[in-house]
Each structure stands twice: as structure tokens, then as C-alpha cells.
Ligand binder design. Structure first.
Ligand SMILES: Cc1ncc(COP(=O)(O)O)c(C=O)c1O
Length: 352
């Protein structure tokens, strides 16, 4: 079953989608792709949810739109409001998009790790982007520094609204009722392993809630966090790639429920990304490389016939100057091109 030939392009037989209402109507219903060439083992199935196909380019479009809808419905935000949020980049793009659609002002606080492309995209969508370059003097962390600046801006701005993605249950709700529901439906409720990269843990929380709601109590949930992230008792350390991991424990993470934790270092993210690109022709963002690397670690222990799914939160074009740049990898991660190539290849003795 798992060894069928590679499917040809579906472009000639797909059913045209109906028009949607505005750009926010195009969020969700992202493709779930069977990655037949990625796994070393041919007797397990590996599926990837391509969140880069959302209009803002990431999974964060979903919670951005949902948090604003909820706040609007509850009268917390309305004409004349200014939305203020901290983001590693993707939530900022999602909120910039959703704020434009409601004619709201938006101030986004990012830090120096944010991708240039994300900052430019937010600005093109009319956002006022503030970039924090110095860690919080007390915690030594950029995320807490970002959140402190958000609090200052909110206090100084009449009509300010802070969605607070780190604690807002609608963040998780977007993935419960969107991302994970779509995966369960696409796989007819047959899923053995789910891999999810973590930061606010909204995706993880929402996915676990959806699995429960659909009665999938036996699916093993693997949380994929960064080496250097302070989530789940981790020790805060140097991390160069934006998106996943967090420099503090988020409110949503306090009650996060999962079966297994895999911590992935920056270099392993790069290796996972490069393997996805070379084997599948799929350009994933850094956290997509992390879940691919975590899949490689757990794959040897899987039962034959296992069905695994991973969420690829964003795409690789925003990481061309980092993950996909040999000179950056050599300089920042101390891995010269020849060693990187051996790691990607999985050559024995290469450390993989
Ligand atoms: C690229 C990427 N991957 C993973 C995550 C983690 O998602 P969550 O915040 O829902 O835990 C994020 C969140 O910003 C992200 O931008």
C-alpha cells in the first residue's frame, strides 16, 4: 500500500474551488501531502500539512484571524482600535493581514531573529514594526523583552488591544477547529503519530483537543521543541532560527499534554529542511525541518504500517538567507558545507 508509484500532478483533475470571501476566506483547507520519498523506511506513511499555502504564508494566519474575530464579537476591538502583539514573525504577518481587512492599526514587536521577509511583508501590509535587539536585562531573553515593550505600547496607546497569543484560548481553538480537524478528516481518522513544533503551544494544544474530540485517544503526540527553549523545563540557550521554541514558559504551555518530547538543535533543523528539499522538492521553514528531524529519530521504533503526520508551519522562501545558505550555516552553526552535505545524505559516521 505504501509503495505505490509517485502520484502525478493533480492539476488536471482537481475540482475548482468556489470563490471565497476576501483574503481571510482563503485561510485553511491546506493540502495534506503524502511524503513517499522522505522516510528511510518504506513501510510507514508520512504526511505533511503544508501551512505555507495559507495566504499569509503560515499556520499563524488561522489564530490571527480567529483571535481578532473573537475580540471583535466581544467588543474588545472595533473601529479606531490599535492591535499590539509580540511575534517571531509569522503571527505578525497573519495579524497584519487580518487588521488590514478590518481597517485596524497594528503595531508588531519582533526581535532581531525575525526574517527580513516577514518584517517587510508586515510593513507592506501597513503594520508599524518595532524590532527589539537587546535581551531583557533581568531574564537575558528576547521574548520577555518583546513582551515588556508590548505592555509599554499598550499602556501608552488609547484603544489598544493585545491579542496575547501566548495565553489566548482562541489561538489553540483555531488549530482544534481548523488544522487538526482537517488532518483527521483527510486521514479518515486513522493516525498513529502526530508531530507538532512548539512555541506558544497553541498548535499543540489545539491539535490535542481535536484528537480527543474525534475520539483518537491512541495517537502518540510528539511535541517538537528547540534546543535552547525554556518550554517544558528546558534550559534557555542560544537559538538562531525564529518560529519555534520560546525563551519563557507560555501560559498555554502550562497545561499542554503530549506523549513524547523531542528537542531539536538548529543544525538538525537545517538537515531536516535540506532533506525535505532534496528528497521531496519541498521547501519548508526551520520548524518544518525540526519535525522532519524528529520523525527521523522516532521512525526506527515505529510499527510497520504506521501513519504519521507533521505540521509544516511555514515555507522555506523566508529562510533562504539562513537555513538554505551554506555560508550562514558554516558561520553561525559551525558546520562547513562538506560536513553538512554528509549529514543531509545520512552517510555513516556523519553524526546522524
Ligand atoms: C514557523 C513556526 N513554527 C512553529 C511555531 C509554533 O506554533 P505555536 O506558537 O502554535 O506553538 C510557530 C509559531 O510562531 C512558527 O512561526
Amino acid at each position: 500500500m505504501l509503495d505505490q508509484p509517485i502520484a502525478l500532478s493533480s492539476s488536471t483533475r482537481s475540482v475548482a474551488r468556489r470563490p471565497v470571501d476576501g483574503v481571510l476566506g482563503a485561510i485553511g483547507d491546506t493540502p495534506l501531502v503524502h511524503l513517499r520519498r522522505y522516510p528511510d523506511r518504506r513501510d510507514v506513511a508520512f504526511f505533511a500539512k503544508l501551512e505555507a499555502t495559507n495566504p499569509g504564508g503560515s499556520a499563524k494566519d488561522r489564530p490571527a484571524a480567529r483571535m481578532l474575530d473573537d475580540a471583535w464579537a466581544r467588543g474588545l476591538v472595533g473601529p479606531g482600535s490599535t492591535v499590539v502583539e509580540s511575534s517571531s514573525g509569522n503571527m505578525g504577518v497573519g495579524l497584519a493581514q487580518a487588521c488590514r481587512c478590518r481597517d485596524l492599526a497594528f503595531v508588531c514587536v519582533v526581535d532581531s531573529r525575525a526574517n527580513v521577509a516577514n518584517v517587510r511583508t508586515m510593513e507592506a501590509l501597513g503594520a508599524d514594526v518595532r524590532i527589539v535587539t537587546r535581551p531583557d536585562p533581568e531574564t537575558g531573553d528576547l521574548l520577555t523583552a518583546r513582551r515588556a515593550l508590548v505592555a509599554e505600547i499598550v499602556a501608552a496607546t488609547p484603544g489598544a488591544f493585545r491579542p496575547d497569543q501566548y495565553a489566548n484560548p482562541e489561538n489553540a481553538g483555531a488549530h482544534e477547529h481548523g488544522t487538526m480537524r482537517e488532518i483527521v478528516e483527510a486521514l479518515d481518522g486513522r493516525l498513529d503519530v502526530l508531530l507538532v513544533a512548539t512555541s506558544t503551544t497553541g498548535t499543540l494544544r489545539g491539535c490535542v483537543d481535536a484528537l480527543r474530540a474525534h475520539g483518537l485517544h491512541d495517537t502518540t503526540v510528539v511535541a517538537v521543541d528547540a534546543v535552547g527553549s525554556a518550554l517544558f523545563g528546558g534550559e534557555r540557550g542560544r537559538r538562531m532560527l525564529p518560529g519555534f521554541g520560546a525563551g519563557m514558559r507560555t501560559e498555554l504551555s502550562e497545561s499542554a499534554d503530549f506523549d513524547r518530547l523531542e528537542r531539536v538543535a538548529d543544525l538538525d533543523c537545517v538537515v531536516g529542511c535540506r532533506r525535505l528539499a532534496l528528497r521531496e522538492g519541498l521547501l519548508a521553514g526551520a520548524s518544518g525541518g525540526a519535525v522532519a528531524a524528529a520523525f527521523d529519530r522516532i521512525a526506527p521504533g515505529l510499527e510497520p504500517g504506521s501513519r504519521c503526520a507533521a505540521i509544516l508551519h511555514d515555507g522555506g522562501t523566508r529562510y533562504l538567507e539562513t537555513v538554505y545558505d551554506d555560508a550562514w550555516v558554516a558561520r553561525e552553526l559551525d558546520c562547513p558545507p562538506a560536513r553538512l552535505a554528509a549529514l543531509v545524505d545520512g552517510t555513516p559516521g556523519s553524526g546522524r
